[in-house]
Design a protein around this ligand. Structure first.
Ligand SMILES: Cc1cc2nc3c(=O)[nH]c(=O)nc-3n(C[C@H](O)[C@H](O)[C@H](O)COP(=O)(O)O)c2cc1C
Length: 136
């Protein structure tokens, strides 16, 4: 007997090194928001000047499609997934892509890119920037 399985909600949180100019970042955001609305993807993008951090939320199928275009985009490189897995509830419901500029977080992301083991504390600090909470 087949039982109906609703689409599973998942999240991906990744970082990368930017090759984009500020004007290109604006274009990336426009394209991202357009495609995310069509795929039912929500999330948040942080741009530091030298790096990106992005949280993506959606069904596993929508996220796989999105990560395929994201990793193929030559306006950034060295994409590293920090967190990936099932999600009970969206944190950016209603946001096709929120955006935060965080020029102070370049070193934090570079450390997360280059260290062999991902520090949960550092990843958590970075995630916190998306919510504009105080960082200690
Ligand atoms: C930092 C960054 C974030 C991106 N975020 C998304 C996204 O949230 N959703 C999406 O569909 N594509 C995303 N993309 C991929 C681009 O939007 C995609 O490559 C673009 O839509 C296709 O290229 P085009 O601008 O030449 O049409 C992202 C790309 C980069 C570099």
């Amino acid at each position: 007997m087949h039982t109906f399985e609703p689409p599973r909600l998942a999240q991906v949180f990744y970082i990368s090194r930017s090759l984009a100019t500020p004007a290109e970042v604006e274009k990336i955001l426009q394209g991202a928001r357009h495609q995310n609305r069509q795929r039912g993807v929500t999330g948040s993008l942080v741009f530091t000047g030298g790096h990106f951090a992005q949280l993506l939320e959606g069904t596993t199928v929508a996220l796989a499609d999105t990560m395929a275009v994201v990793t193929a985009d030559r306006r950034h490189q060295a994409v590293r997934r920090l967190v990936e897995g099932e999600l009970a509830k969206r944190r950016f419901e209603g946001w096709s892509m929120a955006f935060t500029e965080a020029p102070g977080a370049d070193d934090l992301i570079e450390q997360l890119l280059t260290q062999p083991e991902v520090s949960a504390a550092r990843a958590g600090r970075l995630l916190g920037l998306m919510f504009k909470v105080p960082v200690f």
